[in-house]
Write a protein that binds this ligand. Structure first.
Ligand code: HEM
Length: 290
């Protein structure tokens, strides 16, 4: 677990109930939560400004364009969000390289805390399929399940494809010095189609995993609070729990319960993101079908 940050003062607590309060453990550090926040905000912004460009004949796209001062303004906001996302992505990659090269944290590329897929992920995938049909026990997931890794690498893949094609269009005269001009038309095609794939994936699969999956409904607040209860840790990441318990490291991650304001912030912001995503998904499907 990288970037451990234990917060001694968690602020105002939930009112006492008859149930004893759970023990909390830190799952995501503050920088990790900020990164996710910037990623979510810029992705929503890019989808909100990219979709009207892609479906510019749709009535809602024209209405939005009229409201903000034309498609030029929409493109401006699109580029603004793109620059912010690229900056966050660059900081994330630079941090990984620094920790790998200077601090020699090889656990980033291999081992239970790594995002790199391994044999256990393949076994867990098939084990989970069997469990879905009642043909076997539920796999014991470690810190990151195979779908967490899929989401993570999906963003890397998306940044490479969407980002590169986006910058090729943005700085077309510069890129045209190195590639045939017709490739810029292909860049537009790739950018638009990959964007639809990304929007479709995030607003269905990712939202399902984090909000609608049994055990998470109506919302998993971990990415806002950074904390999980002992029960959640045992239930969702049993392998990690047992490993930390056996090595005596578990206590290092003990932390105070999340403050009420943070949970409410997560509910409001997370809820708004889901509603915005689902609205865009519906608009996209309607425009596509028409
Ligand atoms: C670093 C990231 C990105 C950059 C640099 C970028 C840049 C651009 C540029 C320059 C355009 C053309 C605007 C014009 O018509 O002049 C464009 C269009 C578009 N972008 Fe992006 N973009 C990025 C990420 C994204 C993402 C993440 C999405 C989706 C969530 C997205 C969705 C779209 C769509 C749907 C279009 C319209 C394509 C079409 O007309 O077929 N973009 N983008």
């Amino acid at each position: 677990m990288p970037n451990i940050e234990i917060q001694p003062d968690a602020g105002k607590r939930e009112p006492a109930t008859s149930q004893p309060e759970s023990q909390y453990y830190l799952r995501f550090s503050l920088p990790q939560r900020y990164l996710h926040g910037v990623l979510a905000a810029t992705f929503l912004g890019l989808a909100f400004t990219g979709l009207p460009l892609r479906f510019s004949n749709a009535p809602w796209a024209l209405a939005l364009s009229n409201a903000v001062g034309g498609f030029g303004a929409i493109i401006f906001f699109h580029k603004f969000c793109a620059a912010a996302l690229t900056l966050a992505f660059g900081i994330h990659v630079a941090n990984l390289v620094y920790r790998l090269v200077t601090r020699r944290e090889f656990g980033l590329v291999w081992g239970p805390n790594s995002m790199v897929p391994n044999l256990k992920d393949i076994q867990d995938f098939f084990g989970n399929m069997k469990w879905f049909f009642g043909l076997g026990p539920k796999p014991k997931f470690d810190r990151y399940a195979y779908w967490d890794k899929f989401d993570y690498w999906g963003v890397f893949w998306g940044m490479a494809i969407i980002g590169f094609s986006g910058y090729a269009m943005w700085f077309a005269p510069f890129f045209a010095k190195f590639i045939p001009g017709s490739w810029l038309n292909i860049a537009l095609l790739i950018h638009g189609e990959e964007a639809i794939l990304a929007v479709g994936f995030i607003f269905t699969v990712h939202f399902f995993n984090t909000h609608l999956r049994p055990g998470n409904f109506p919302m998993d607040l971990t990415i806002f609070t950074g904390r999980v209860t002992e029960e959640e840790l045992k239930e969702k990441h049993p392998e990690e729990y047992e490993r930390l318990l056996a090595s005596g490291e578990l206590d290092k991650y003990r932390t105070a319960p999340p403050p009420v304001w943070l949970k409410n912030f997560g509910r409001v912001v997370g809820g708004a993101a889901v509603v915005a995503g689902l609205v865009m998904l519906v608009l996209m499907v309607v425009a596509f079908v028409r």
